[in-house]
Design a protein. Structure first.
Length: 656
């Protein structure tokens, strides 16, 4: 675990904003922690708890701690509720530092997770003896001494050589600088980063170790990943175990922050070939392959940068952990956009390796059609760049089957100029679902390419009118043009409700829910690509919905610019389809029986909307010639099938 650095600020009542600005400065300089002393008995100081709440609202990353809350002065129940609330509102950034104050009899040493010392009261030459007392108390309480964090508060004139000794020899893992001077913060930010790491690995409490899953060598987690890895017993586990729709119980979640750490993570995965393994970007994952039960999840959420590489060429580089709402917001000031699904909470990595069916698909194609290069870590740990000029065959495979060959650590896209767009949400009657589908399909296919959209329909409910929700984006700024484009869609059935707005594309994508994913259960989905919504197709879809095995289905528009790309140009090969269908249920056996009625009407499927992973699904996703090329790539780049749980292509099976 690397040494952490913090700042202890004086909560002066005369200049409260200055305290908050110092906290923001510390965050910008890379400090890990801001502490505020709790002295309610001292006049002229702000309440520590109130000030920390304000600092939490004005910062994004830095962790927060009172230094320290004196238990005799706080009601335990009120304190616990306040701490839980601040931790929730700050996205888990609170570190609760408690002290007994003058009530020394209250200290028993059993539950404390850290020891806070002040060099002004305990000089370096006395630290070793005091540390031994802490270690002995931990052992007497049945604790591993290394579980107890060692935090030292130092003054602005601290001797750096003494601090190095404390870090290297006394296991001090956190130094907190007591200062209200921004210049001191800057000086220490430059000097303290040279301190050695405190301990070789993160030592977790016995209560955490007791919840470890079988088959995982937790003690061999690479040092670079140890302080961010999450185990089932960790407090962070609830935030990372599940995805948007699906409950999960992985045995370990690795969270690399750099390309080098992705390399380390894959080395750890290679040492556990018997375990389920999922790669996660944003965690939306309808397919369910970015979580598991008892296995390893590699989350690239921290690789979430968005940067402009070439303004003239509209070339941008995006990390796999970025969410599409963040990408859209970053491109907005330039008047740019990138077609990218329909939900802003989706992560870039999962979508940009499978296809990317979005609000601008008919006019601008799939997300992968804008991809110009990737950097990725292969199964053997090597880092490569792939483009039309470098590793061209790999670049071909990444665009549609990328999860088979490695972890993409950055994408380079050429984006489009897109201004404000018309966004419509319509509710129409669907008493005859098949007739509605035919009308809507014909209206979409007859529309100019600047119209893309989708239809969502649930199963009929007794006593209620059957309706469908239609949504569409019109890439036009003129209200008259938008209304003209929408009129045929609004006429496909009785119009019950409507909402049409003119907003930036980023506004359309600003629909992501805040907080962490809390999916439950194991929903089942099936996917298919459809050429045209003919009466036969529409009747089969209506029968599927009426059968009861399907909760709802969604049809997205493709075609247009998607079909302009030759089918052999990317691994996403089913380019002639005009529609992409996904159905959702909860019982796989029932859903498969119902889906059989659609078998003769669909060709191909979209990986991200399909929960099935068998060879039949792989064969449906890729035509024979495409699958043969993918198997050759798999033999070359992942012969041991490290990436085995993400719609894997079997390198040994021959194409029939």
């Amino acid at each position: 675990m690397n040494v952490r650095f913090g700042v202890l600020l004086t909560p002066g009542i005369e200049a409260p904003e200055a305290v908050v600005e110092l906290a923001r400065t510390a965050e910008a300089l890379g400090y890990d922690l801001v502490m505020v002393p709790d002295r309610p008995y001292e006049p002229g100081l702000l309440d520590a708890w109130t000030l920390l709440s304000w600092v939490a609202a004005r910062t994004e990353r830095i962790r927060l701690a009172p230094g320290v809350l004196e238990l005799p002065l706080r009601d335990p129940a009120a304190l616990a509720r306040a701490a839980a609330g601040l931790d929730l509102l700050s996205a888990g950034r609170l570190e609760l530092a408690l002290g007994a104050g003058s009530a020394w009899d209250a200290i028993d040493g059993r539950e404390a997770g850290g020891w806070v010392a002040t060099l002004a009261e305990l000089p370096p030459d006395g630290f070793a003896a005091a540390g031994k007392l802490v270690d002995e108390a931990a052992r007497e309480a049945g604790r591993e001494p290394a579980e107890v964090r060692r935090i030292v508060v130092v003054g602005p004139d601290a001797d750096l050589s003494a601090l190095r000794t404390l870090a290297a020899e006394e296991r001090v893992d956190t130094f907190v600088i007591s200062t209200d001077d921004a210049a001191v913060l800057r000086r220490f930010a430059a000097d303290l980063r040279d301190l050695p790491a405190a301990v070789p690995v993160v030592v977790r409490p016995a209560s955490v170790r007791a919840k470890r899953r079988a088959g995982i060598d937790y003690d061999s987690v690479p040092r670079s990943l140890a302080d961010t890895a999450v185990e089932p017993g960790d407090l962070e586990y609830a935030r990372v175990r599940s995805t948007y729709l699906r409950g999960g119980a992985p045995g370990l979640v690795l969270r690399p922050r750099t390309v080098a750490e992705v390399v380390d993570a894959l080395a750890f995965v290679r040492a556990h070939p018997h375990l389920p393994f999922g790669v996660r970007s944003g965690g939306h994952g309808i397919s369910g392959r970015s979580t598991n039960d008892g296995g390893i999840v590699l989350s690239v959420a921290a690789l979430n940068s968005v940067e402009v590489l070439d303004r003239d060429r509209r070339l941008v580089r995006v990390g796999p952990g970025a969410r599409w709402t963040d990408v859209a917001a970053a491109l907005l000031p330039y008047g740019w956009a990138l077609s990218s699904g329909d939900y802003g909470g989706v992560g870039v990595g999962g979508l940009a390796t499978a296809g990317g069916v979005g609000w601008l698909a008919r006019e601008h194609g799939l997300t992968i059609d804008h991809l110009r290069a990737v950097e990725m870590v292969l199964a053997d740990g090597s880092v490569v760049r792939a483009s039309e000029r470098e590793n061209a065959e790999l670049f071909w495979g990444v665009r549609g089957a990328g999860g088979n060959f490695g972890v993409v650590t950055s994408f380079e896209f050429q984006v489009d100029e897109v201004g404000d767009v018309g966004f419509a949400q319509l509710v129409v009657g669907a008493d005859d679902p098949a007739e509605l589908l035919v009308r809507w399909g014909a209206a979409i296919e007859a529309s100019p390419r600047d119209v893309s959209g989708q239809l969502i329909m649930g199963r009929p409910r007794p006593g209620r009118p059957h309706v469908a929700q239609l949504m569409a984006v019109v890439d036009a700024r003129e209200p008259e043009t938008i209304i003209e484009r929408l009129r045929p869609l609004a006429s496909v059935g009785p119009l019950y409700d409507q909402n049409v707005v003119l907003i930036p594309y980023a506004g359309v994508m600003a629909n992501a829910a805040d907080g962490y994913h809390q999916g439950q259960g194991e929903p089942v989905s099936r996917s298919g690509l459809i050429e045209h919504l003919t009466p036969e197709v529409a009747r089969a879809a209506a029968d599927l919905l009426a059968g009861g095995a399907v909760h709802w289905f969604q049809i997205r528009t493709v075609g247009g610019a998607v079909s302009d790309v030759p089918p052999d140009a990317t691994a996403y090969a089913h380019r002639s389809a005009n529609f992409s269908l996904v159905v959702m249920g909860s019982v796989e056996r029932r859903l498969d029986a119902a889906w059989a009625g659609m078998a003769g009407h669909v060709e191909g499927l979209y990986l991200n909307f399909e929960t099935g992973t068998g060879p039949d699904k792989v064969a449906a996703a890729f035509p024979p010639a495409t699958l043969a090329r993918l198997r050759e790539l798999k033999r070359r780049y992942d012969p041991g099938t490290l990436f085995r749980d993400n719609f894997t292509v079997d390198p040994q099976e021959e194409t029939r």
